[in-house]
Design a protein around this ligand. Structure first.
Ligand code: 4NP
Length: 192
């Protein structure tokens, strides 16, 4: 059954009419299980939402560069009515920190890696355009339980993908409510 999107754009408010569109990058380790699932779910929930620009995903590792999502990610999405998702894995790059407003980590290892890469990019200026750098945040911070991580399901059973799917829906709805519905920025979430 397709996901129910109960989150409505607040049409006519300043949030929808004046804020520039937001770009979002979802990041895990391999970019074949969790972050593509997050990207697909988030796109499903926000399709045609003018408050968003680019939505993509990437990995902190390059192990699976060019590969499609794990078949268990695809079948979990399909079980939930998302049948048109397509993605080739890629590694996070320096320019992502200037392209994306929000860079959302699936777990604390991803978060630490992203913060380290961001501080290197900040020092060297490598790949940046002078634009303010994207905010690096744990995706689970938007789910109602601060610090909640999406466990890596790659070496586990299919059930791990179903748990991850439920988290992606919950976190995406939280992000929409706490960031998009607030006009594109929520200082309490934007630590970095
Ligand atoms: P992901 O899962 O980070 O959610 O894409 C993984 C996929 C592959 C590997 C690790 C995690 N790997 O080591 O190949």
């Amino acid at each position: 059954m397709p996901i129910q999107n109960n989150v409505q754009a607040a049409s006519g408010t300043a949030a929808t009419t004046s804020a520039p569109p937001i770009s979002v990058l979802f990041v895990c380790l391999g970019n074949i299980c969790r972050s593509p699932m997050a990207e697909a779910v988030f796109k499903e929930l926000t399709s045609s939402d003018p408050r968003l620009s680019t939505v993509d995903s990437a990995g902190t590792g390059a192990y699976h560069e060019g590969d499609g999502p794990d078949p268990r990610t695809m079948s979990t999405l399909e079980d939930n009515g998302i049948v048109d998702y397509d993605h080739a894995a890629r590694k996070v790059q320096a320019s992502d920190f200037s392209i994306f407003d929000y860079i959302l980590a699936m777990d604390k290892d991803n978060l630490n890696d992203l913060q380290r890469i961001k501080s290197q990019v900040t020092k060297t200026g490598n790949g940046t355009t002078g634009k303010e750098m994207g905010k690096v945040v744990l995706f689970g911070d938007f789910g109602g339980k601060k610090g909640e991580q999406v466990g890596d399901p790659y070496y586990g059973a299919r059930n791990g993908f179903e748990i991850a799917y439920e988290q992606m829906v919950r976190f995406s709805k939280g992000f929409i409510a706490q960031v998009l519905d607030q006009g594109g920025n929520n200082p309490s979430q934007a630590k970095d």
